[in-house]
Structures are given as C-alpha cells and as structure tokens.
Design a protein around this ligand. Sequence first.
Ligand code: NAD
Ligand code: DAU
Length: 379
Amino acid sequence: MAKRNIVITGGAGFIGSHVVRLFVNKYPEYNIINLDKLTYAGNLANLKDIEDKPNYKFVKMDICDFEAFYELMQREKVDGIIHLAAESHVDRSIKDPFTFARTNVMGTLSLLQAAKLYWESLPEKYRGKRFYHISTDEVYGALEMTHPEGVEPPFTTAASSSEHHLAYGTEFFYETTKYNPHSPYSASKASSDHFVRAYHDTYGMPTVVTNCSNNYGPYQFPEKLIPLFINNIRHRKPLPVYGKGENVRDWLYVVDHARAIDLIFHEGKIAETYNIGGFNEWKNIDIIRVLIRTVDRLLGNPEGYSDELITYVTDRAGHDLRYAIDSSKLQKELGWEPSLQFEEGIEKTVRWYLENQPWLDNITSGQYESYYNEMYKNK
Ligand code: NAD
Ligand code: DAU
C-alpha cells in the first residue's frame, strides 16, 4: 500500500475518533494527522489506545484558521482530507446559529481553499488527491409517516436487502433528494456540502460527499439522545422526551459508519454522493424504552423500575418528523453493509457507557462542569 499523508478533521469527536482509530490501526504505512480545535465536544481521552502509535499525530487547530492549515498542508504534504470537524448538535444550533455558520460553512470553505492552493501548486496537481466531506441526512429535510393501506408501521420494505429493515414511511432520502434543511445546523451542513461540490465543479478538485443517518455507540458526547438517556437512567434523573416521542430516526452503529468512510475514501467515485444508513428506523419513545429495559437489566433493577423517569417536555423547535436513508447505492456499488444488528449494537453501547463511567464523569463534572451544567441544568 502506498504511503499517504491524511488529515482527519474533528478526530477528537465522536465519529472522528472511530475513523482515526480505524485508519491508524488498519494502515500503519499512512501518516494520520488528527486536526481538532478541541471544543467542548473534542476529547483526546477518546483516543488513549492509539495516541502513541508512530503513524499518528495530533494537531490542535481551528479549521477556520486558513493560514495555519495552508502551512500544515505544505509541511505535511497532505494528499487526503477526511473532514468531520463541525458543530454537530441541533439544540445548540437553535441557541447559537452563528457558531454553526462559522465552523461548518466558513471552516469548510477555509479547508477547501487551502487544499486548492496547495494541490494546484504541485506538478501533479490534483492527481492522487482527495477531499472527503462527511455530511448528514438532515440536509434533506423531513419525511412523512405514510404507510400502504392496511399495513401498520413499522413495516418491511423492499428498499433494502436486509430482512431487518423496518420503515415508518414509504418515502426515503436518496442521493438525488432535493436539499430542504430546517435547523440552523442542517442549513450550515447543506451550505458546506454545496461548497464542496462547487470546488469540484469549478476547480476540478477530487471531492466526495457522504450523507449519513444518526450514529450511536461509544464516545458520543452525552448531550445526544442515547448517551444522555443512558447516563440519566443510571443516575435516576428525568428523561426529557421532546414532544410526544413520535419522531423517527434511522440509527447506525458508529463503527459501521467508520467502515463506510474507509471504503468510500479509497474506492468511492470522485464527485459522487453516497448515502449511509442502517435501514433501521425507530420512534424515539421506542428506543427510550429499549434503553430503559437494557440499563435496568444490566444494573440488576426490576423490570419497569426506570419507566417513571420518562418526562415529556416542550418539543424541539422545527423538530424534523422522520429521517430514513436509502443506502442501497453504497450497498450495490461498493458492497458495504452494516455489520451489526441494532439489538447487538445497542447492548454493546449500553454496556460500554456503564463500564466507562469515568469517561462520562469526566465530562459531566470537572473540566466540563460549567459548560455541562449551563446546558443541562434543566435535564
Ligand atoms: P462531535 O460534535 O462529536 O465532534 C466534532 C469534533 O469537531 C470535535 O472533536 C470538535 O472539537 C471538532 N471541532 C468543532 N469545531 C471545530 C473547529 N472550528 N476546528 C477544528 N475542530 C473543530 O461530532 P460527531 O457527532 O462526531 O460528527 C462528526 C461529523 O459527522 C460532523 O460533521 C457531523 O455533521 C457529521 N454527522 C454526524 C452524525 C451523528 O449522528 N453524530 C450523523 C451524520 C453526520
Ligand atoms: O441524522 C443525523 C444527525 O443525527 C447528525 O447530523 C447530528 O449531528 C446528530 O446530532 C443527530 O441529530 P438528532 O437531532 O437526530 O440527534 P439527537 O440525539 O439530538 O436527537 C435524536 C432524537 O431524540 C431527536 O428526534 C430529538 C430527540 N431528543 C433528543 C434529546 C437530546 C429528545 O427527545 N430528548 C433529548 O433530550
């Protein structure tokens, strides 16, 4: 395998840390540079197991710092960028949209322009280079909950080869679905996607974009539904269910997303878009009941012990009803499919959080305390 110098942005975050781990372990001949600003969501404790590997380096940098990134491109002779750094939490985007525009839009543009200037200065130009942008299914907007007459959801559809595919509607997000973002977060991600495609169309940069559904698994910041609720169940704190808990999300185990990123970085076609998803739709309230059952069982509590923690609260503003990715293009063209069924993935995930309480405690107390308490005093 040829030597490569790859920057992974946002590598100290949830998904980024899984991507860094996979690349560092799988490709000892690559030079992996984890570039991260270490915002509240970045945590180097996510990478303790690989931090001493010779092919790994951490650089603390803001993706909006054009000069510093251009200098790093030259110094490290970067030939591949896998871009995950972003502000990623919808609720925070509703409170503070400017930070999302700055990081997600201007930060992405800054990386693109620095990569363009450096790669165009080389004799081989863009040959052997790649700018891979990680995006979200939220850019497509929201889907309806429709079902064929006489069939009650969730139902099996023909959209996937998976016998486990259950859906809450007959429509899906395809790579061709028109963008229709609703939150400041998804609007900022949509804008960054457009810039990436524009750099291909205008300058010929070899880009690829993927849009993925909700991830779950170890090392997710406990502001997101699954780790927040596992932690609250354990500490017998209220579980704030937005609205009626009827919203549907399509869940994918984070390691399967990282596997897809590896495959697409190496084999995906230039200028293409690939949807990544688990064909695994769940209503929030049903997933919350699975979490309660699993945590209670693993802690030795009687069945139903934590049901009383469910607390219905005011809905999220502009709350998208349903997300459902059709990832059959990725399955057919590149042969990817999720390795874990949801039941297995959620059991592994709950066990991980229960066994790694110090990781959670470090976030919910100590250095993170003021931020965490300010954001979560009502949760
Ligand atoms: P995260 O919030 O856990 O991590 C984001 C990382 O980016 C953190 O390490 C943070 O320090 C870093 N970062 C933020 N601003 C930065 C800046 N200005 N400069 C450098 N680094 C900065 O996010 P995540 O859930 O791991 O998501 C990673 C990417 O995947 C994002 O682009 C997100 O939009 C996308 N995505 C996430 C999901 C999901 O379910 N979590 C699904 C689909 C797509
Ligand atoms: O679809 C991909 C997206 O998934 C990613 O692009 C985002 O970065 C990621 O944060 C995630 O967005 P969601 O808004 O879907 O995830 P979150 O975990 O915040 O919420 C999942 C669902 O649970 C959503 O319908 C809102 C609901 N919810 C969430 C929280 C935090 C609650 O009911 N209560 C809560 O306290």
